[in-house]
Design a protein around this ligand. Structure first.
Ligand code: FAD
Length: 472
């Protein structure tokens, strides 16, 4: 029996293994399509730059399996997919579900357009560990607190990964099939700041094979994870966030591989368990975003809508330009501009400085991270910004204010991390300078004692604002 022709709508699932959408399409002749649409162009520059690397790798992987490669098209999926379906005589379009608000809206438009011509959109799991519907409180509601959420998730267990890479991916012939935008010369982030070459030079290897190798290497050294994961001066974490954000590896595969290693290597069991708990944080973030799709725009706790955040201001500008005078904050912001990444502990300190000491709206920080992070993830970014700002569910209380100097003493005890990004002539500092637009150049950082004075003053200002807000 010959299998029907189908389309794989590639979005954020740049992998062959445990990709149920691809597997479903590849049961018969298929085509994989990727759209340069309004949704993609609205994403941040660094995240588009990183996505392009994933796209190139995935295209090569498809070709190795006998496929013609990804067809890249400029335009809106709901306008183009009906034509593509007609060109192939296909009845189904398969997509890995990426349940963020913009994609939900796009899926609805596509589904409507396809139904009008007797075809349909089929959504597949794989982006999350488990279907969010299965994780409900006894009362049937969504979890708002991480600990019981993670307990419930561990109790049910993550879904098992689906099939490995299909051995062959047969290309569907199609007379009216459009020409793909060429990968050669494709630039998905032409608006990237001047540091494209710098980002390229600092990039981690992209693609599925690299993600699997990274996971394997990380699990070998996971016994140190718990003790060292907060240290930005040590390479102690997995570095898998970009790969997870782009679906170069599925969380279910990461979970299953980690679980097996945890059993085989008791010495690393605690470290691996902690790592799996971080995957639960990722899951929690998506769970929250599905429940509250406005999480990137509105405070989770409605009473926080009235908090007197400062809007765009000169302090925010200095923060963006890594010129706050607080060494750990400036080092982190430089790291992000040069590499697209920032250590988690430093992200918390940098975000806390903006929202507490500078009392600046968390949405301004969120937007800057969204534009600058190569691992940008709409759920993790929004949940963490709200967590640090104090307005999210299960968030740090507002009055708990990080002292960035104490954080630095504790987590960068020798000053290696700060020196790497701020030290005169340090490679990180030189790379950072190379990324600067002309109007950011030559503006030094304030002297350290100014920074120290700003810590006490900012803390007091934050506490006063919070007290006034509570009493109002
Ligand atoms: C203000 C702020 C913004 C953030 N924005 C993003 C973002 O846009 N994209 C993103 O992937 N992470 C974000 N994080 C979470 C975290 O900083 C990164 O996931 C982590 O630094 C990635 O490094 P790693 O892969 O080595 O992590 P590991 O320590 O090896 O953790 C393994 C995986 O668990 C997940 N994870 C770890 N910590 C968190 C967390 N706090 N929340 C959600 N998932 C987590 C990631 O997928 C990560 O790859 C943000 C954190 C803060 C404080």
């Amino acid at each position: 029996m010959s299998m029907p022709t189908a389309i794989h709508w590639l979005t954020r699932d740049f992998r062959l293994g445990d990709n149920p959408a691809l597997a479903a399409a590849a049961r018969g002749p298929m085509r994989s399509v990727f759209f340069i649409d309004a949704q993609l162009l609205a994403q941040g520059a660094a995240s588009r730059w990183r996505l392009e690397r994933a796209l190139r790798d995935f295209d090569a992987a498809l070709r190795q399996r006998g496929d013609a490669g990804v067809t890249i098209l400029r335009g809106e999926p709901h306008e183009l997919l009906p034509r593509l379906v007609a060109a192939l005589g296909a009845a189904e379009v398969h997509q890995s579900d990426w349940p963020c608000p913009a994609m939900r809206a796009s899926q609805q438009r596509v589904d409507q357009a396809l139904r009008a011509q007797g075809a349909q959109l089929v959504l597949h799991p794989g982006h999350l560990l488990i279907h969010p519907r299965l994780l409900r409180t006894k009362g049937g509601g969504a979890y708002r607190v991480f600990t019981p959420f993670a307990r419930a998730l561990r109790g049910i267990g993550a879904d098992r990964p689906g099939a490995g890479a299909p051995p062959r991916i047969p290309t569907a012939p199609g007379a009216g099939w459009p020409q793909s935008v060429a990968l050669d010369g494709l630039d998905l982030a032409p608006d990237l700041h001047g540091g494209r070459a710098v980002l390229d030079a600092h990039a981690l290897p992209a693609g599925e094979a690299a993600a699997l190798a990274r996971l394997d290497d990380f699990l070998d050294r996971a016994s140190e994870y718990e003790a060292r994961r907060d240290r930005p001066d040590i390479d102690a974490t997995s570095g898998l966030s970009e790969a997870l954000a782009l679906g170069e590896i599925s969380p279910r595969s990461v979970w299953a591989i980690a679980e097996a290693r945890r059993r085989d290597n008791p010495a690393a069991a605690d470290g691996i368990a902690k790592f799996m708990s971080e995957l639960c944080w990722r899951e929690f973030a998506w769970h929250l975003l599905i429940e509250f799709p406005q999480m990137a725009e509105r405070a989770w706790r409605p009473e926080w809508a009235e908090f007197p955040w400062r809007g765009d201001n000169a302090d925010f500008d200095r923060w963006r330009q890594a010129r706050t005078g607080i060494a750990l904050v400036d080092a982190g912001l430089r790291e992000m501009r040069v590499t697209g990444r920032m250590h988690n502990r430093v992200r918390m300190v940098v975000a806390s400085w903006l929202t507490k000491h500078l009392l600046t709206d968390w949405r301004l920080g969120l937007a800057h991270f969204q534009d600058s992070l190569s691992d940008w993830d709409p759920a993790a970014n929004a949940m963490n910004w709200q967590w640090v700002a104090g307005c999210g569910p299960d968030a740090a209380p507002f009055f708990r204010i990080f002292n960035p100097e104490r954080q630095a003493e504790r987590f960068d005890p020798r000053g290696d991390y700060r020196r790497a990004w701020l030290g005169p002539g340090a490679a990180g500092a030189l790379a950072y300078d190379a990324t600067l637009p002309p109007d950011w150049r030559g503006k030094g950082r304030p002297p350290a004692d100014e920074g120290t004075a700003a810590i006490a003053a900012g803390r007091q200002r934050a506490l006063d604002a919070h007290a006034g807000f509570r009493d109002a």
